[in-house]
Design a protein around this ligand. Sequence first.
Ligand SMILES: Cc1ncc(COP(=O)(O)O)c(C=O)c1O
Length: 458
Amino acid sequence: MATFPPEPFRIKVVEPVKLTAREERERLIAEAGYNVFKLRAEDCYIDLLTDSGTSAMSDAQWSALMQGDESYAGAKSFFRFQEAVQRIFGMPYVVPAHQGRAAENVLFTVTVRPGMQIPSNMHFDTTHANISARGGRPVNLLADLGLDPTARAPFKGDIDLEKLERFIGMVGRDNIPMGMLTITNNSGGGQPVSMANIRATSELLHRHGIPFFIDAARYAENAYFIKLREPGYDKKSPLEIANETFSHADGATMSAKKDALVNIGGFIALRDADLYQRVCNELILREGFPTYGGLAGRDLEVIARGLWEGLDESYLAYRIAYTQYLGDRLVEEGIPILEPPGGHAIYLDAKRFLPHVPQSEFPGQALAVAMYVEGGIRCCEIGSVMFAARDPGTGQIVYPALELVRLAIPRRVYTQTHLDYVVETCKRVHARRESLRGLRIAYEPPLLRHFTARFEPV
Ligand SMILES: Cc1ncc(COP(=O)(O)O)c(C=O)c1O
């Protein structure tokens, strides 16, 4: 089990949470159409739905809110935000956006034409949907190791470079507006990407004249994994590793709601002046003037501070070990998880947890529902509800290789006792796993169905 670097902070403000009765939770989840997104947050005792926008801000960030400059154009807060992004990302151009998917929307609107394809290790769902919404095709080329939930390897977020080379040969560089890497790989277990793979991906794409972008939502956690696991990086600071990471890229999209430790915000960082101009024009239409991009001045102020706090070495040491603690305790109890533990979340392996529920009956969703009923814990399916899709050629439904339930850990929010409670709840669900049944869809929207679909028990 991980030795536990203790929290490099203490608690100054508390927010009460309450545990409802089991019968009440059974009623609430049925009323929510067995979709945890439709539950009220106050009815969840421990909310592990997402680590996105759920961080506790520091006293320095709360006081920075008061220094927000709310001028429409050229606010002081924008320049403080810009300076932090430029120093960490090393890119000259930066525009704010209200969150990560807004940054993706603006970027893909100006770069993707119908029929184009964008390779990645693994696109996150919003990236996937934003590329599809522009008529493009998102393609995942994760190395096979990343698809084996039991393999304990250091960098299971790496892209398969041979597959990428073949893909470029088949599709042709003119149909590939960019290649991407998601660091860490959220949809594949929060697994890190090695610097060697980042460098090689950049070289391969650039050899073919294709720009390289990074989905940077959890770049600081990725940097810390590189420090811990990749030879030659143990003496480097997270900032130095982040600088090196982005030195290989032409641009990045960022959801600041993760490693910038804020509740809202995102941005695009770029090297190319012409692309920056086109992004600004689109941004003005969709988000706002390029010095606020859909955010208030105070939001920019807290992102500027949060970016530095998110790179702090004592914070990252605690953060990664704390997540690993949850993973190690679950493994000790014989509960199948995607191994090794990721940076921001532990992923229950629903295929091994509920082998009697076929993918067509959404074992991940059934498991997420059971975690809520058992202990008031809200977690999120990342499996067939999120990713199963009809193949346009054959008309057959293609199921994803991984069927996961993500226990995403908000930053600086829950204590070790909370994590122990999560383990106890998982143990109880595991003990009665054979009694759990699958679900079928009663309603689904055309895109991003996991947010609003309704289910009923099979
Ligand atoms: C890897 C990754 N990219 C992009 C996004 C989208 O960011 P946002 O939720 O801020 O729109 C997320 C959000 O969870 C993510 O995990």
